[in-house]
Ligand binder design. Structure first.
Ligand code: ADP
Length: 272
């Protein structure tokens, strides 16, 4: 018994030592990862200023398009398109690096928000793009539906899904954004009547730079990072994101989030 327990102790010691060592061995890897993410975040941030400058300057020059030779107008339009694309890419890379570093603050009492109101605001913002492409866009759902979260990041997520539902749709197609609650879960679903996604692609959606049709994605102004950002944001909120799709019929992207059932009560002054 003594032998066994000594052996057990030795074994336990070895396992604990191994764990300690592997934990220590992990430190440089974690440090390198954090450094890499903060480099990506800083680089993306630095890129945004010159790109914004480029876009703005191209726009100023294009105001004089009627006085410019047509080939110069084409060149300027190309500069504007590419600079806008790169600015979107830099923004998305910054968000992803922030998500990787866990650099977003959640679960703060001031961040209780109404998801249906947020969805309606996203729909208002998506309206111009929808009108441009002859898509009928609307929001449905009871109000209020409380969740805890970062309003800017959650709105960004909804906008990614709405933009995709509009971009990968057909003229006269439909996009409906539904919100609902079931027990402790709040659901948000973006349904479209667009081109759909073949089943073999579904498991890979949300991987960085994964596109079903690269040429089409680029033609509609995609960066290939939208869904990975959406997934990262929803996971950081303790939720999940799921795709259901039928090629040539349409796609539904379903988000679940933990419900925050009780709204924050207004503070009552003490002694009042
Ligand atoms: P992108 O910037 O290319 O749109 P995303 O990460 O947002 O990148 O989406 C990845 C890919 O998933 C897209 O390139 C597109 O092929 C496909 N996809 C996303 N949403 C839809 C949708 N609603 N209908 C059809 N295909 C979609």
């Amino acid at each position: 018994i003594v032998l066994i327990s000594t052996g057990g102790l030795v074994l336990l010691g070895a396992v604990a030592g191994g764990l300690f060592l592997s934990h220590r061995a992990m430190q440089p890897a974690r440090l390198a990862f954090t450094r890499q993410q903060s480099f990506i975040a800083n680089a993306s941030h630095e890129l945004r200023t010159p790109l914004t400058f480029l876009c703005a300057n191209a726009e100023i020059l294009l105001e004089e398009r009627n006085y410019l030779p047509p080939e110069d107008v084409t060149l300027l339009e190309d500069i504007q398109t590419e600079a806008t694309h790169m600015a979107a890419l830099a923004n998305n890379m910054l968000t992803l690096a922030r998500l990787d570093m866990g650099d977003i603050k959640l679960h703060h009492e001031h961040d209780i928000l109404d998801l249906t109101a947020l969805a309606e605001s996203a729909v208002r913002q998506g309206k111009a793009l929808a009108d441009q492409r002859d898509i009928h866009l609307r929001a449905e759902g009871p109000k209020p539906l409380y969740v805890i979260g970062d309003p800017i990041l959650l709105e960004q997520t909804i906008l990614v899904l709405l933009e995709n539902a509009i971009k990968y749709n057909r003229p006269n197609g439909q996009v409906v954004l539904c919100t609902s609650q079931e027990n402790d879960t709040v659901r948000l679903e973006v349904q479209d009547t667009g081109i759909g996604i073949a089943p073999e692609h579904l498991p890979r959606l949300g991987e960085r730079f994964y596109r079903v049709d690269k040429a089409r994605s680029r033609a509609v102004g995609g960066t290939g990072l939208g869904l990975s950002i959406a997934r990262g944001i929803i996971r950081a909120h303790g939720g999940s994101l799921q795709f259901v799709s039928q090629p040539e019929q349409g796609t539904a992207v379903k988000i679940t989030l933990p419900a925050m059932n009780a709204p924050l009560r207004p503070r009552v002054a003490e002694g009042g």
